[in-house]
Design a binder for this molecule. Sequence first.
Ligand SMILES: NC(=O)c1ccc[n+]([C@@H]2O[C@H](COP(=O)([O-])OP(=O)(O)OC[C@H]3O[C@@H](n4cnc5c(N)ncnc54)[C@H](OP(=O)(O)O)[C@@H]3O)[C@@H](O)[C@H]2O)c1
Length: 272
Amino acid sequence: MDHLKTQGISMPKLGLGTFRMQGDTCREAVETALSIGYRHIDTAEMYANEDAIGAALATASVPRDELHVTTKVWHENLTPDAIRRAFDASLNKLRLDHVDLYLVHWPSKSANWGAVFETLMKLKDEGRTRAIGVANFTTALLKIAVEDVKAPIACNQIEYHAMLDQSKVLAYLGAKSIPLVAYCPLAQGRFASDPVLAEIGAKHNASAAQVALKWLLDQDGVAAIPKASRRESQQANLDALKIKLDDADRNKIAALPKDRRCVNPGFAPAWD
Ligand SMILES: NC(=O)c1ccc[n+]([C@@H]2O[C@H](COP(=O)([O-])OP(=O)(O)OC[C@H]3O[C@@H](n4cnc5c(N)ncnc54)[C@H](OP(=O)(O)O)[C@@H]3O)[C@@H](O)[C@H]2O)c1
């Protein structure tokens, strides 16, 4: 599996998303994923599953330095004290002494970005997170973090898939050598029944979902974190790495609609 090197960490390009999985379902899914080779797990305090993931990590026999664990602080907890409390709770539930990446989950209009990133940088200096980053940041917000605050941003985790244009953010991230971690890489599962992706898949003896995933993972500086609770889907997503898409396939994907955003809560920023 390829890795992305960023701000001193090495992140597997394919990870396991865990939103909407909790309790034993989540624990079992993470145990299965680790057993078949996943080494990158994505969670957040908001997912209310860090305890289940912690239980799975505790029983797995994977050396800690081979694992990449990302968690995130919720946008209502962006004061220095609240970040500290949220971080301590996350680490405790995950049963870890450090995470690999700690992200601001969503921007907040009331955040003091200097204070937010100073707090995250202290956690990094203390060795409790190996790197820090953001999620759902627009180019304007990235400029504040990267150019004004000069925070060592290791990634921007945003929605990105075959039916959503992210060229503006990608151009900014590329210029700064910051990876994009794609969430909803399968458009929340909708791609499984897409006829264009299925037709491309038929040519490669692969599924529509696998084609969508490989299209993302073929891109420089892009990682993806599909959520899959079933072993079959987890394995299918690992197997997607073997598909070789060609220019004709990429042209068909380029012609798909690019305005299908799945995640747009009321507190989202004005997207690029
Ligand atoms: N930073 C943020 O604000 C943010 C927002 C949203 C998501 N995320 C992260 O990104 C992760 C992924 O996004 P998501 O969960 O919303 O959507 P997604 O990964 O695009 O889609 C997940 C759905 O696709 C299905 N699936 C997975 N692999 C498949 C395959 N090979 N064939 C057919 N169906 C397949 C899953 O089914 P089964 O579970 O039944 O296997 C599930 O229903 C989240 O879990 C979370 O970790 C972050």
